[in-house]
Design a protein around this ligand. Sequence first.
Ligand code: PLP
Length: 419
Amino acid sequence: MRRATESKDIMETTLNIKKIREDFPILQTLVHNKPLVYFDNAATTHKPKAVIDKVAEYYLETNSNIHRGVHLLSQKATSEYEAAREKVLKFINAKKLSEIIFTKGTTDSINLVASSFGRAFIKEGDEILISYMEHHSNIVPWQILCETTGAKLKVIPINDDGELIMEEYEKLLSPRTKLVSIVHISNSLGTINPVKKIAEIAHEKDIPVLIDGAQGIQHSKVDVQDLDCDFYVFSGHKLYGPTGVGVLYGKQRLLEQMPPYQGGGDMISKVTFEKTKYNTLPYKFEAGTPNIVGVIGLGTAIDYMNGLDTENLFNYEHELSEYAHEKFRNSFPGLTIIGNAKEKTGIISFILEGIHPHDIGTILDFEGIAIRTGHHCTQPVMDRFGVPATARLSLGIYNTREEIDYAVNSIKKVYEVFG
Ligand code: PLP
């Protein structure tokens, strides 16, 4: 493999990262009088001007409720909302519009499946299989389901590099396993899981698979038909889109057998006091007024991504990540990177001997650098590696080598402060 340093500048110039940076107005912000260096992209990404303008334009020119209005603005809002569904369909290569459900985000999508799939298919003694590296939102909904049904949660272990132990995965699949729910890319370790292989193995035993794509959708080309997953979930705000909106992709065959998650307007076709007939997919799962502007903004974020050379951009992110890893490993003797999977994305979770991650985060903040410190909503991962917290840099499409160099120099200041 080409060393990250050898290809310096080539990718950055070809892709015109400078131009991409100009698309994100917030990157001009000063933090503590220093230019913002944003390395908290796994928590949320910034928004390009196109998305910000679309949100403003919607409120300035369209703002109306969808699906129920005969007036022009309502029809315009409806068609923009439904156009966003089509954009999502193409973006992840789903087969049908009925398979794209808008939710509040990844957490909401997983809760929807846990509740609805759970009511349809899970009973006492059944098993749900997750992994050790899950975000809390892919743990707790299943625990709630297990508490109410008497099902059991099983956990695939990970090795010291933060990779799934695939032999253990296969051993844990049993006739009682009713669902495998796995993260695509770990937010605290950066591990890219072999989700296609995971689905293939589960499907040999007719077990459906949910993929938590909260960190997958913005760093890789996702093709749900190729992955052959049964559910794929993600959040708009991690894909350079608005907060409060997300997607549940599900295979129609399963969605049809699942009862509604919530009741209310839009998810019905006929209501009487005796009996309610539910709406068809995807509306059966979209009760109440949705986050209309969020959905439309997500559509614009997808347009924005489609307008970029994403294949090369993902390679660029990968090279940037390798560059950052090399720099970090070579610059600090007391630094340990948590998560060293062979297949890894731009997440550098680390600890510095004798210095608390929060102190690292605070000192970097004064240098204008935004990182995240804590357990990253993956407490079992912290337990597995015997640390209470890590400091985490997570990369996005607008980050550069200069910013990594600046972070490395700023961490040297952390050492100076703490001797
Ligand atoms: N899953 C993973 C892997 C995540 O990184 C996150 C958020 O960081 C979530 C789930 C939850 O996403 P949200 O808070 O947008 O629902």
